[in-house]
Design a binder for this molecule. Structure first.
Ligand code: 5GP
Length: 120
């Protein structure tokens, strides 16, 4: 799938749409989800134009891939959910339920999440 430069997260990265930022570095941006599914629900996105985790794995640099993982861990610690545990999740493609075509890692925390967030 070709990258759509007008997707909502691309617009957030360009500053055209506001977000509640929690972290930013050279390669990543993290912000609160607009419709939280848990007491803590944050999205961590690469600054690069990657549609999905598959796209990043195939076309991203090792630095970008490492930065995304490190940002997830840092945000979980900074928001205070790491000690009690949290979940990170990436929806990929149609069957995965991905709605926004810019790679984003969900971080959920702040309560017992059960085995899965939702399958149906
Ligand atoms: P997906 O289903 O693609 O994995 O998740 C997309 C997520 O983006 C959803 O949890 C949704 O609430 C969130 N989202 C959609 N539009 C916006 C927005 O404009 N701002 C923020 N902060 N989150 C958004």
């Amino acid at each position: 799938m070709a990258y759509d430069t007008n997707n909502i997260f691309a617009r957030i990265l360009r500053g055209e749409i506001p977000c509640k930022k929690v972290y930013e570095d050279e390669y990543t941006l993290a912000f609160h989800d607009i419709s939280p599914q848990a007491p803590v629900h944050v999205l961590v996105i690469p600054k690069g134009a990657y549609v999905s985790m598959d796209d990043l794995a195939a076309n991203g640099s090792d630095r970008e891939i490492a930065a995304l993982y490190r940002a997830v861990s840092k945000v979980a610690h900074d928001l205070g959910v790491a000690a009690e545990g949290y979940r990170f999740l990436v929806n990929c493609g149609v069957n995965g339920g991905q709605e926004v075509p810019h790679l984003h890692v969900h971080i959920f925390g702040g309560r017992r999440l059960g085995r899965m967030i939702q399958i149906a």
